[in-house]
Design a protein around this ligand. Sequence first.
Ligand code: GSH
Length: 214
Amino acid sequence: MTITITAFERSPDGGKGLARDTRVRWALEEVGEPYQVRLVSFRAMKEPAHLALHPFGSIPTYEEGELALFETGGIVLHIAERHSGLLPEDANARARAITWMFAALNTVEPPILDLVIVKLIEGDKPWRAERLPLVEDRIRDRLNPLSVRLGDADWLDGAFSAGDLIMVSVLLRLRASGILDEFPNLAAYVARGEARPAYQRAFAAQLAVNTGKL
Ligand SMILES: N[C@@H](CCC(=O)N[C@@H](CS)C(=O)NCC(=O)O)C(=O)O
């Protein structure tokens, strides 16, 4: 069955791979599933056809036959549950990998998104200078224990899993801030994720869209 995802017609990051369709592309590449991409403009994202797929008018969405999904956590979990390669066979290890997906999205990603908001959306607000260091420290409060838990392991819990895929995707957004480099094992962890051939293919595909080479 053909899988179709949506992505920005032109990503605000110009193709750095930070738009969330990259996570979904990566998961599909890891399990070897071909997919199509429907590009949407910012205007189209808020129109009824797209809102029927994504109630919040965002990307990415995922369509497979009669199934339509939104939210990258739900989409990646769906892909991981239906194909081998992203979740362990052992039931307890599988539950832990899924827990890491939630940890990435619910615990680690929120302060990282706050940083994006402070820097980009509230860049001209009077509270920016006061708020920025607070938000940066909240990120460090999340990265410290994550760094301790990862230690010198390659991945968060044994073999690479959907938990790592989401965690690396979340941490990638931090690179430009320099905070990731304060935690060398996390920076190396992200680099390991980026070095995976499936990530490379996903990154190249989204870059091609954003450089007009598609
Ligand atoms: N929690 C959602 C977030 C989706 C999201 O914010 N997508 C961004 C692109 S990375 C977007 O579409 N932003 C434009 C908008 O929502 O209008 C997910 O993980 O899928």
